[in-house]
Design a protein around this ligand. Structure first.
Ligand code: DC
Length: 230
């Protein structure tokens, strides 16, 4: 009888606008793996707090709200989705109130413990590509494939600015750089699971690289492994 193979887990970490979302989505699509955006969970909690009028700097109130809410996860078209108390927050996750507060939510240790546990449970959905800040270091330290994507801050601000223009029709590149640098600073210096290069991760600097090149490299590495262990 065939021994059932272990599911693949691809961890893709990096700072905001390093290209990791686009790369992770495309890698997942090409390999037909489930795509998991771990930041969406932190954004979801932030959305919930804003909606309920809870101050994100009041950790006890945030934890109380988290404990009182029910999260459900499902996979749709190979993308992990979730609801909080039956409501799908997807459309609100990139809004300004959420964007400006999410780094404060992500420093709360109990929130991190809750999200890490939920993210680890998604392994049950099969082969996955998960993007975030602590995936290769905390969520799946044993992942066979770990990548750390980075790019110069100015390049990242330009990319984020372009996205904002496309989604909101406005944005100031200097403001974007300031907000991005502030968020990086919080993410890198927080006590629990700071943004860092996970042990054993392959570092890819995406400044000046086409997304396709990065995607292809990762897909090729995974396929080479699949073929060699088939
Ligand atoms: O990747 P993103 O911009 O959606 O992340 C939103 C925030 O959540 C950002 O401040 C970093 C934090 N985050 C985290 O701390 N750990 C993760 N695994 C993913 C996101």
């Amino acid at each position: 009888m065939n021994k059932q193979r272990e599911h693949y887990r691809i961890a893709i970490d990096g700072p905001a606008a390093s290209g990791k979302s686009t790369v992770s989505r495309q890698v997942a699509q090409q390999l037909k793996f489930v795509y998991v955006d771990s930041g969406a969970l932190y954004r979801g909690m932030t959305w919930k707090a804003v909606r309920e009028g809870v101050d994100v700097k009041d950790a006890a109130a945030v934890i109380d709200l988290m404990d009182r809410s029910t999260w459900d996860f499902l996979v749709e078209d190979l993308i992990l989705k979730f609801t909080i108390d039956g409501v799908d927050p997807t459309d609100h996750l990139r809004s300004e109130p959420v964007r400006e507060r999410v780094a404060d939510i992500a420093v709360i240790q109990e929130v991190r413990a809750f999200m890490v546990a939920r993210l680890q449970e998604t392994a049950a959905f099969g082969d996955i590509v998960m993007e975030g800040r602590d995936i290769g270091s905390v969520v799946f330290p044993d992942a066979l494939f770990k990548y750390y994507l980075d790019a110069d801050p100015e390049e990242r601000a330009r990319r984020r600015h372009k996205e904002l223009l496309a989604t909101e029709g406005r944005g100031d590149v200097k403001e974007v750089l300031t907000s991005l640098t502030r968020r990086d600073q919080i993410d890198r210096t927080r006590k629990t699971a700071p943004l860092q290069i996970p042990l054993g991760a392959r570092v890819i600097n995406t400044t000046g690289l086409a997304i396709d090149q990065v995607v292809q490299r990762i897909v090729d590495e995974v396929n080479a492994h699949r073929n060699s262990s088939a």
